[in-house]
Design a protein around this ligand. Structure first.
Ligand code: FAD
Length: 357
């Protein structure tokens, strides 16, 4: 028996591919409460089918607004999808059920004991003898804590709500560079949007949240915690493995984690012995680049953010953004740096500022 702890996207996807999985979820309903925007790049389709009925809207372009209010439009070569996150989690969960995973809803993992090569997983209901444990139990992973591989992880906070606006630009996601570490308005249609801001949870972030909410009316709060990618995070201890947010597998540029969690789940299901190496080799570079990009962006002054928008107004640079998948920056960052000397200059200024800080 394999004990999979947490029926979020990473855990359910893993359980849809592994044999003899028991899927434990502390909530009685899968996919609730929602704390996610549900925006995914086209690359998700190479990992899993997305049924039309869970696609709420499609994003054709990004509008990135500089602190000086100048706006940059990036037309996406491949549309992004905005998903019904509750529906998406249930779609994956159903795949786990179809793969004969044994389901334990309303059952919370508390800890485990180890004797010889066996683990004894304790939940709020029972104890189970198990050969392997998969921690897909989100940012504050109890599995990671119990196994002593929680590490020195850091978190940031995402304020988010589903909101009603008088009028929205349908199909266009708006990003404002001067609010939080990252802020967004992702429309479901021309009136409703998922609106949020991410950063260290403090008064300033709350004020930024109020600014991005603007005149909209909150319909539903969807805020939540996000782990910061830790390149030193241990993904395995003996036969205990971590995937998804539990393993801090979230890209720090836009703080999206779904695609990485799905890929981690599939690598682990394919071969547990190669999981750690394969994940780090295939995706570690992208997560690391995203982390560094985030560190640079967090050190940007308003003037530098304005400059950045000017740099991307140039047709060649804009084209690179519109044609490449932001989930995998290693595929285009070199190309961008080769083409744009001003990025080097900006990067160097930020590097100096960061080092001398
Ligand atoms: C405001 C916000 C917006 C976001 N927007 C996006 C976005 O647009 N695109 C994107 O890709 N990512 C986004 N993310 C990140 C994304 O939500 C996560 O990366 C993703 O949910 C991680 O999936 P997971 O399966 O690893 O963990 P989770 O989705 O956190 O699932 C973990 C599951 O484990 C269960 N669990 C926890 N502890 C236990 C326990 N002890 N016993 C049993 N069950 C347990 C939980 O109930 C939960 O169901 C956003 C996050 C936030 C906060």
């Amino acid at each position: 028996m394999i004990s999979v702890i947490g029926a979020g996207p990473a855990g359910s996807f893993y359980a849809s591919k592994a044999n003899d999985a028991h899927l434990f979820e502390e909530h009685k309903i899968v996919g609730r409460p929602v704390a996610c925007t549900g925006i995914l790049t086209d690359s998700v389709k190479s990992i899993i089918d997305i049924p039309e009925d869970i696609v709420v809207s499609r994003i054709k372009r990004f509008k990135i607004v500089a602190p000086n209010k100048k706006a940059l439009y990036v037309d996406l070569k491949k549309e992004n999808m905005v998903l019904d996150r509750h529906g998406f989690d249930n779609h994956l969960f159903q795949k786990a059920v179809d793969n004969n995973a044994r389901i334990h809803l309303g059952e919370r993992f508390i800890g485990y004991k180890q004797k010889d090569k066996k683990y004894y997983v304790k939940t709020n209901k029972k104890t189970y003898e198990t050969e392997m444990i998969v921690g897909s139990d989100g940012p504050k992973s109890q599995v990671a804590k119990s196994a002593g591989i929680y590490g020195n992880r850091q978190f940031i906070w995402g304020w988010q709500a589903r909101c009603k606006f008088p009028e929205l630009e349908e199909g266009t996601t708006e990003i404002r560079l001067n609010l939080g570490e990252f802020s967004w308005i992702v429309p479901e249609d021309n009136k409703i949007a998922r609106v949020g801001v991410i950063g260290v949870k403090n008064k300033k972030l709350l004020n930024d949240y109020k600014k991005i909410l603007g005149v909209s009316k909150i319909l539903q709060d969807q805020s939540g915690l996000i782990p910061l990618y830790n390149p030193k995070q241990k993904l395995r201890k003996d036969n205990i493995f971590l995937i998804g947010d539990a393993a801090t597998q979230v890209k720090a540029t836009t703080y999206g984690g779904i695609i990485y969690g799905l890929l981690a789940g599939s690598y682990l299901a394919e071969n547990k012995e190669t999981y750690v190496k394969r994940f780090n080799e295939k995706l570690g570079k992208d997560l690391w680049i995203s982390l560094k990009m985030r560190e640079f962006m967090n050190h940007m002054t308003e003037q530098q953010a304005n400059e950045l928008i000017d740099i991307f107004q140039k047709q060649n640079n804009n084209k690179i953004l519109s044609e490449h998948d932001r989930d995998f920056p290693s595929k285009f960052i070199v190309q961008l740096l080769m083409k744009e000397a001003k990025l080097w200059k900006l990067g160097f200024q930020l590097f100096k500022k960061k080092v001398l800080k």
